[in-house]
Design a protein around this ligand. Structure first.
Ligand code: GDP
Ligand code: GDP
Length: 453
């Protein structure tokens, strides 16, 4: 049926190639007590409060956002990982292996007052194979007298030991410079072009797009003059709603109420796609007096695939009677199963019923589209979720989710770093729980998985 078709398309979307991270990842590895947590705190500069470790309690807050010299990156403390290997040396080496396969760069921490132990050497053996940059921190160099001990750490074969004191901050700036230089350049989130937010008004022919636009623009014919310095593309309409100017994109045809000629469906669909791509948020107009059609579902698929924020407006509500309303309940439950997060507004372009509810719904959707959850908060929540409901075993193996970052906004995109494939059912479970915790009403959320064994 058309519903499973939509399902498949959306699955294909979430199975997309691994996303390029907006923020590169630095993994910190080393034996217990060498000062990893202290150093991570130093790197974060108290940007995100690290939960104090209680002895004997598993450390599960593992990843945080860091900022140095204007560069953002994610810091992961691998001390929180339980690789399941036996023995300290095996466990730490396994953590190093995972770090090397997951992160964009690895920072090894060694206690300079102790020197290289056999465990440090095992870690170094793993990391010498790394294709990504590896940095070596010689920690607990609290004063110059200890500098001599640092030189012996060259023997690990990981390059120059950076002498630091995580506790006192000594030389941590130099280490951070080296880290930032080693990390790949992060693509920046496209900064929004200033000006009114861009809205697309889409829906099948005769659903009431022109009527709604005329209704909305009705009393606001001179709004273009009211927004100083705004140039409007001739195909767009500037409309004031609820005290704010909005740019309705690609509405030239609508304003003129061009009748869609028969056979022009292909062009109508192309025009819909163009409008969605040009917009930040989409009002999908549905005819409340009729059952959802295949055409409606195609439009919804386009919006989800384009990753745009979305409001569902059920038009012609003036034609909806008791019986129709009853029918709709089940129909929508099935038909809108992929966009349960979209706000629904019941309107009538003819009578003006509830059209004033559109602006608040658009604002909510855009706020969600722009929303970013800090990495520390995200991982605190994720660790609890996964402990309670681990990913299903696949091929006899239990995939582990190591940590996650919100790689981007517009649309919000999560990247889960995992040791195995996570099936789409589990990703949807995570999305549902993520929305329960963090909201994101009105916006699609993408969940990508980076699998590195
Ligand atoms: P982790 O197990 O590797 O995360 O190590 P912690 O960060 O928990 O640190 C272990 C111990 O070493 C703590 O008592 C820290 O205060 C101490 N420590 C960490 N960095 C330094 C340092 O630069 N100098 C000194 N003297 N002690 C440190
Ligand atoms: P478009 O093709 O999507 O631009 O749709 P139009 O705005 O041209 O509307 C198609 C038909 O539906 C017109 O006859 C409108 O008068 C009618 N229509 C639009 N909105 C409503 C509504 O809310 N209630 C009712 N009863 N009719 C509507």
């Amino acid at each position: 049926s058309e519903f499973t078709e939509l399902d498949k398309q959306i699955d294909a979307d979430t199975d997309a190639e691994e996303t390029q991270l907006a923020q590169p990842v630095l993994a910190v590895v080393g034996r217990p007590n060498v000062g990893k947590s202290t150093l991570v705190n130093r790197i974060l500069g108290r940007r995100e409060a690290v939960v104090q470790d209680v002895p004997g309690v598993t450390r599960d807050r593992v990843a945080y956002d860091a900022l140095w010299s204007g560069r953002r990156f994610t810091v992961v403390d691998t001390g929180g990982w339980e690789p399941g290997a036996t023995g300290l040396q095996g466990a730490v080496a396994a953590q190093a292996e995972m770090a090397m396969n997951t992160a964009d760069a690895v920072l090894v921490v060694v206690d300079a007052t102790v020197g290289a132990t056999t465990t440090d050497e095992a870690v170094a053996r793993v990391l010498r194979r790394s294709k990504r940059p590896v940095l070596l921190a010689a920690n607990k160099v609290d004063d110059d007298r200890l500098l001599a001990d640092t030189a012996s750490l060259w023997s690990l074969g990981l390059g120059e030991p950076h002498a630091v004191s995580a506790l006192h901050g000594r030389s941590s700036g130099d280490l951070l410079d080296a880290i930032v230089a080693a990390l790949p350049e992060a693509p920046r989130d496209g900064d929004r072009v200033a000006g009114p937010r861009r809205v697309a008004l889409v829906g099948k022919p005769n659903v009431g797009k022109s009527s709604l636009l005329n209704k909305l623009a009705g009393e606001q014919r001179s709004v273009v003059d009211a927004v100083a310095g705004t140039t409007v593309d001739p195909v767009d309409s500037l409309v004031e709603l609820d005290g704010e100017a909005w740019r309705f994109v690609d509405t030239a045809g609508l304003r003129k109420r061009v009748q869609t000629a028969s056979g022009a469906e292909y062009y109508a669909s192309l025009r819909t796609k163009t409008a969605i791509d040009a917009a930040e948020v989409v009002i999908v107009l549905l005819d409340a007096s009729e059952p959802l059609s295949e055409q409606d579902l195609r439009v919804l698929t386009m919006v989800v695939e384009a990753g745009r924020a979305c409001v569902l407006a059920f038009n012609k509500w003036d034609l909806v009677d008791e019986e129709r309303r009853y029918q709709m309940v089940r129909e929508l439950e099935r038909g809108l199963v992929r966009v349960p997060w979209a706000e629904r507004v019941n309107i009538s372009a003819l009578t003006g019923r509830s059209v004033r509810k559109l602006a608040p719904a658009l604002r909510t959707a855009l706020a969600s589209w722009d929303q970013r959850v800090p990495t520390g908060q995200l991982n605190g929540w994720l660790a609890d979720l996964i402990a309670a409901t681990p990913p299903p075993v696949r091929g006899g193996k239990q995939p582990k989710v190591l940590f996650a970052t919100q790689a981007g906004i517009r649309p919000p995109t999560l990247v889960l770093f995992a040791t195995g494939f996570l099936e789409s059912g589990y990703r949807r479970f995570i999305e549902r729980k993520f929305r329960e915790r963090f909201g994101f009403e009105g916006s699609p959320v993408r969940i990508n998985v980076r699998v590195r064994e």
